[in-house]
Every structure is written in C-alpha cells, then in structure tokens.
Design a protein. Structure first.
Length: 270
C-alpha cells in the first residue's frame, strides 16, 4: 500500500495526528516546504506529534516521510521535494531509503505474481533451446544480467536491444525459442514492433510489463512489474521488479546437477 493510501486509511491515529494527515492530504506540497517544527506550527500541533505520526505510518522519521511522499507525487506537486530531501538526509537515511525501495518493489511484485503463469513460463524455459530477452535503455542491462546467469548454467540466452527483422522473421528459428520483452509502460514502440513481428510468426512471447498495456495484449503470458512510482528513484522500483522476476525464473529452471555442483564447491571452500 502506498504512503498516500496509508495516511488516508490508517485507523489508530489520535485527533491531532488525524488533523495533520488531513492537512497534508489537502496541501501535500507543505511537506517539502516546511520542516517538522514548521509543519507542527501550521497544523497547531507539536513536533513530537509529527514524529509520532511518521512512526505510526511505518517510517523512520520526518525526512523519510518527505522522501516517500515525494516519490508518490507528480512533478508539479513535488516541486523541489525529492532533490532537497536526497541532499540533506545523510548516509543513514539513504541506506534506509534504498532498503525500503527494494522491499516495496519485491513485495508488490510478489503480490502480483500468478504462480500458474510462472510455472508455465518455467516449463517453456526448460523446453527452449534458446532464450531471447529484448529491452531498451536500462531494461537492456536487466536483460544482459538475466542472460548471463542462464548462460552460466548452460542455457543459451541472448540480450537484444533492437529489432533484427531478418532474424525475427526467419522460418528457421527453432519453435521452442522463447522471447521475453521488457517494457514497464508496455508502450515502447520498438518493443511493440518486436512483439508484433514475433506474434505474426507464431513465436512464444512473455512480457514483463504492466497490466492492460498494449504489450501485454500481444504476449502469450505477462509477468507484471511494479512500475508505478514517479520521481528520481522511480526507475529503481521497475528495475528491481524485473530483476526479481528473472531471478525467480532462474531459480525455478536451474538443473539439479548444477545446484549440487554449487553446493560441493561451497563445501570445498569452507
């Protein structure tokens, strides 16, 4: 659940804390324009009330509250909030914040996973003589990492960042070849072009994207990524989400003899 929804629906608040929440819901930009003491004066409460509210919302303090809220608001609402908070929160704040980003991305992605779909995709991976993973920009690096792991255990996997129409349309491609396409909006033109070409040639397609996107509609199966956060750290959520999905697939398709070999290697180094 987002911080915004948590503020709206949390029940165990005092009258003063509820007053602060109502004020923020009406004027969220005030969070980035005021420190805790100033916000307390605006809401006719106290700094200790602000701190207690942050704790009840599951946060470490007011700076953490500022950053979490900033990540959920539009650029117009945020104004200078993210940059100012990131610059002033310190190392401990960054450590906690990035941990929270990872936790939220993994928890929300896990919540959207459909085990039966994951199992079907794993079965296709085991059948495939080759895996292609398509992604542009930062998604290409996610594709490269996923391919590197599969290649290490003898599964041929190749990362692609654009359309090779000669290859995509080749009638000689093994029918077991499995293509993953990463696009967190599901509207990237080059990825949609690849999906259409693959689909027209009867290829197996698995999308990593959001529900209801054009890419999802073109794919045989969709693995949903958590990519709903705007702001400076917004891309980190979607990257962690996609990486989590590939790691689950990797773990679920790793041959048993590879796992045993890894265990013996670990034992030998102890």
């Amino acid at each position: 659940m987002t911080l915004w929804k948590t503020m709206k629906y949390t029940q165990n608040l005092t009258a003063q804390e509820r007053h602060v929440v109502d004020y923020i819901l009406q004027q969220p930009q005030a969070v980035f324009e005021q420190n805790a003491q100033q916000l307390a004066r605006l809401t006719l409460t106290s700094a200790s009330t602000i701190v207690r509210l942050c704790k009840k919302l599951g946060l470490n303090g007011y700076p953490d509250f500022q950053l979490k809220l900033a990540l959920e608001l539009s650029p117009e609402q945020r104004q200078h909030g993210v940059a100012e908070t990131m610059q002033t929160m310190g190392v401990e704040g960054h450590l906690q914040t990035i941990s929270s980003v990872y936790d939220e991305a993994l928890i929300e992605t896990r919540r959207m996973c459909i085990p039966a779909v994951m199992q079907k995709v794993m079965d296709w991976i085991k059948e495939a003589r080759r895996i292609d993973i398509y992604g542009s920009d930062s998604n290409y690096y996610t594709a490269e990492l996923a391919c590197a792991r599969w290649n290490e255990i003898g599964v041929t996997a190749i990362a692609q960042n654009n359309a090779n129409h000669h290859y995509l349309s080749s009638p000689h491609i093994d029918p077991s070849t499995l293509s993953f396409i990463i696009s967190h909006t599901g509207r990237n033109r080059s990825m949609l072009d690849i999906a259409r070409t693959l689909k027209s040639n009867g290829r197996r397609i698995v999308a990593l994207t959001v529900d209801g996107s054009p890419l999802a509609e073109l794919s045989d199966y969709t693995l949903y990524t958590y990519a709903q956060r705007p702001g400076t750290l917004g891309k980190m959520y979607s990257m962690m989400s996609a990486q989590y999905l590939f790691d689950v697939l990797y773990a679920g398709t790793m041959p048993e003899d590879v796992e045993l070999a890894a265990d013996r290697s670990d034992d030998e180094t102890l």
